[in-house]
Design a protein around this ligand. Sequence first.
Ligand code: PEP
Ligand code: MG
Length: 316
Amino acid sequence: ARAAALAEATGPGATRDGHPVPLLANIGGPSDVAAALEAGAEGVGLYRTEFLFLDRSHPPSDAEQESAYRAVLEAFPRGKVVVRVLDAGADKPLAFLPPSAEEPNPALGERGLRMLRRHPGVLNAQLRALARAAAGLTTRLEVMAPMVTDVAEARAFAAACAEAGIDHPGIMIEVPAAALRAGDLAREVEFFSVGTNDLTQYACAADRQVGALSHLQDPWQPAVLDLVALAAEAAADTERGCGVCGEAAADPVLACVLVGLGATSLSMSAPSLPLVRAALARHTLAECRRAAVAARSAPTPAEARTAARAELPALA
Ligand code: PEP
Ligand code: MG
């Protein structure tokens, strides 16, 4: 019992019946690594690189980028680090990358990969710095693009990665169009990572910065669960990984549901890791799947949560 309690507190993520679910950390830079390691993160599932670029008038130098990436990669020699290329625009405007025109709806504007495709020099410099940072290390480096909508974008990103020497390209699934056509996208890249924050914002047409709409900015919305399921099913059909790195993964009940929907890893801010690890360790994969079916059968977010909980008896 003591060994089980210890594994529940710090061991690798797994369901009670031993189905592995790697538990990874969301970080903003090298200064978040210590907390991730302390919480038992098996790697990094979302390295938000925009923090390196914010509040400055020029992009960071190649050397500065390389050292910020290497510091994180070196900390997980037996794990993986999923780096997201610059996600600028919308809520994260950059002085040196202004939108090409006035944007009345910045969340629907030139952000993420859309912005990088207009500034290929910025993307290519970042990819090359990442490839140099990973050279000679045992850490598995995966690199993903934010705000991907269609096959042309995924294909262009995979090509840019190949050109820069990045072996494992992936995309975030955070636009409903991408979830709906995940089967096509899976053929272009190696993995998916579902960003439930933006996927919820776009599925429910509810700006994530508008507090009055928080009832719609809820990943328990059955429509959001359906979109996650579509992405996870397409990933499974093509033997791709499908992680979840939005805030939804940090809710222990929803984490079990996401695993039941087919998520293959979960990434969250470090303080949430222990509770999610414990919730998974107390339930079988079959229970998680039943919770997922129950949640998707419910017509409202509140009923989805109640229905899922009823299938997860060991939740604290
Ligand atoms: C998301 O959209 O769910 C996500 C993880 O990315 P960010 O919150 O940085 O937009
Ligand atoms: Mg996002």
